[in-house]
Design a binder for this molecule. Structure first.
Ligand code: NDP
Length: 329
């Protein structure tokens, strides 16, 4: 089967040369193992961090070895109890056509409950990130004004919609193109702006003249600075990601206004989705209900072919995705 290896570590923006398509023998499962033919995989911004040889909350990808990440596939051979050929399995060995899993490393999903794609997006860690970050980390309350950046992306688009469903007074999103801004209107955001149109601080002030109470940060930099300036007293930020600096070799120029944290008594709280698995059942119950009722909509951008997975990942960093970026294998 084919797989994508990390050929070299990018400095700054990654490019196609950092990846290599490799043909590898299809493995045979040993006792307690299953062989899965992958059908769909996720590309995610955090993977950029794993391409650096730096200590972080997840170890770096190895050079000349397949990359890893969330994936779905079908069992083709099983030497493990509880798995049979034809089962659909969610696991962490994407970027390859055939994944050899220890039984404990895969979770069987029921393709009759929801379209399987949703286990990598709205019903998976993407949705859980939005839910936990907004409701638990930022502790959004009814009546709050909420701002979310990268709002047309996988996590951001759900944050805005969950905020409305949970009683936010006003939800504002920023995104990188006129088409994305238009989409945010369709998804029920009260206001949206393209961050290329002017300083974020000014666009946000115009969209939230009475200030904001919650900021869901996917971007960092000038967006975080703008949110700090727009915060009302006791404002709360869930710091989910800072994609504006993932490809930057220089330290960020913003935020320059952190001192406002004191006078406004702000809370800026970083989080990782995996620390909030205690919310999982509540999240799945709420989200399944919203999906059933059509109360939440989600976009997907699907790229075809494992050989195009690097292209999909690079496109994600450049904002070519609406909603969740996925690769169909
Ligand atoms: P998205 O679907 O949001 O895709 C990334 C988006 O980021 C792009 O579509 C692009 O949209 C936007 N972007 C890229 N560069 C910039 C920039 N310089 N300034 C502003 N926007 C930019 O990805 P996800 O939903 O998967 O992830 C969103 C964020 O959440 C990321 O920061 C990620 O690291 C983080 N995350 C954190 C988790 C956690 O546990 N803490 C878990 C999952 C995700 P545009 O066209 O609008 O620029």
């Amino acid at each position: 089967g084919r797989e994508i290896h990390l050929a070299s570590r990018p400095e700054g923006w990654p490019s196609a040369e950092n990846f290599r398509l490799v043909e590898a023998p299809v493995p045979t499962p040993g006792p307690g193992q299953v062989l899965v033919r992958n059908t769909l995989m996720s590309v995610d911004p955090y993977m950029r961090g794993r391409m650096n040889d730096a200590k972080s909350y997840v170890p770096p990808f190895r050079l000349d070895a397949p990359l890893e990440g969330g994936a779905l596939g079908e069992v083709v051979a099983s030497e493990a109890d509880g798995f049979a050929p034809g089962d659909t399995v969610l696991h962490g060995l994407g970027w390859r056509e055939y994944a050899l899993l220890d039984a404990g490393a895969g979770r069987k999903v029921d393709p009759t409950i929801a379209p399987v794609n949703t286990y990598l997006s709205v019903l998976g860690l993407t949705g859980q990130t939005a839910y936990a970050g907004l409701l638990e980390v930022a502790a959004m309350r009814p009546g709050d004004t909420v701002f979310v950046s990268a709002a047309a992306g996988a996590v951001g688009s759900l944050v805005g919609q969950i905020a409305k469903l949970k009683g936010a007074a006003r939800v504002i999103g920023s995104a990188g193109s006129p088409a994305k801004v238009k989409r945010l209107g369709e998804l029920g955001f009260d206001a949206a702006f393209d961050y290329h149109d002017g300083p974020v601080r000014e666009s946000l002030r115009a969209a939230a003249p009475d200030g904001i109470d919650v900021y869901f940060d996917n971007v960092g930099g000038d967006h975080l600075e703008a949110a700090i300036s727009a915060f009302n007293v006791h404002g709360r930020a869930a710091i989910c990601g800072m994609i504006a600096q993932y490809n930057s070799a220089e330290p960020p120029a913003a935020p320059r206004n952190l001192a406002q944290v004191v006078g406004k008594r702000l809370t800026l709280r970083g989080f990782l989705v995996n620390d909030h698995n205690d919310l999982r059942d509540r999240f799945v119950a709420d989200m399944s209900g919203w999906l059933r009722d059509g109360a939440i909509r989600y976009d997907e951008t699907v790229v075809d072919g494992i050989e195009r997975a690097p292209e999909a990942f690079l496109g994600l960093l450049r904002g070519e995705n609406l909603g969740k970026m996925l690769v169909r294998l």
